[in-house]
Design a protein around this ligand. Structure first.
Ligand code: PGA
Length: 247
């Protein structure tokens, strides 16, 4: 059976001291989880976190990578560099990158391709804004975002993780209802099925104010295969409780 994936997205949070306390706290309470667990940390902390999670059930993740292999791209980080720090996952096309760094569907697709070429599992984010949902465009938007990724990576699309993150639910405390989330996950599953005969094994995870109180209900939906967790991933007890709901 497909395992669930709970990935923490630390965003631009943390410090050497806070990271150590958080990861040590998680490791102390984790045991041998029946689901997959990942921490997507700021790049400057990859070396620290690589050492902290070494030999544990926690997989290391990054939050972005360059679409280029190497060269004159000041400030960018390549997939090959991430590989050197045992990075297994990389968030790609998070709505904050799409919004604040003007990442387009085509750029996101190219980054997914780079991650796959480096043996890193991309966690590809799709999701509609509040205005798009209110205009009845949710389906159109998420399908367009995923289609761009499938167009470039169709042959290996079963290697990606898809994260449905309604933008209006991120960091707002407003979670999509289980029905709203399941409906979009089922749509995305259908789209993946049309592109790959292995779509059933693709993890489609939900993100947007997932917390200790709502995780179990979301994770019980047939097409919700895990969570991408922001705020609640910064607290040991909350994150452990979400992991327990998934296992
Ligand atoms: P949130 O963030 O859980 O704080 O809403 C999720 C995300 O942006 O990945």
């Amino acid at each position: 059976m497909k395992k669930k994936l709970i990935a923490g997205n630390w965003k631009m949070n943390g410090s050497l001291a806070a990271n150590e306390a958080l990861v040590k706290g998680l490791l102390a309470g984790l045991g041998s989880p029946a689901c997959q667990v990942a921490l997507c940390v700021p790049s400057v902390y990859l070396a620290q976190c690589q050492a902290l999670v070494a030999g544990s059930a926690i997989g290391l993740g990054a939050q972005d990578l360059s679409q280029h292999e190497a060269g004159a791209f000041t400030g960018e980080i390549s997939g090959a560099m991430l590989q050197e720090f045992s990075v297994r996952y990389c968030i790609v096309g998070h709505s904050e990158r799409r919004q604040y760094h003007f990442e387009t569907d085509a750029l996101v697709a190219a980054k997914v391709q780079r991650a796959l070429a480096c043996g890193i599992t991309p966690i590809v984010c799709v999701g509609e804004t509040l205005a798009e949902r209110e205009a009845g465009k949710t389906e159109e938007v998420v399908k367009r975002q995923l289609a761009a990724v499938i167009h470039v990576n169709g042959h290996c699309i079963s290697e990606v993780v898809v994260a449905y993150e309604p933008v209006w639910a991120i960091g707002t405390g407003k979670t999509a209802s289980t029905e709203q989330a399941q409906q979009v996950h089922a749509l995305l599953r259908q789209q993946l099925q049309a592109a790959s005969n292995q779509a059933d094994r693709i993890q489609i995870i939900y993100g947007g104010s997932m917390n200790a109180a709502n995780a179990a209900q979301l994770l019980a939906q047939p097409d919700i295969d895990g969570g991408l967790v922001g705020g609640a991933a910064l607290k040991v007890s909350d994150f452990l409780s979400i992991i327990a709901s998934a296992c």
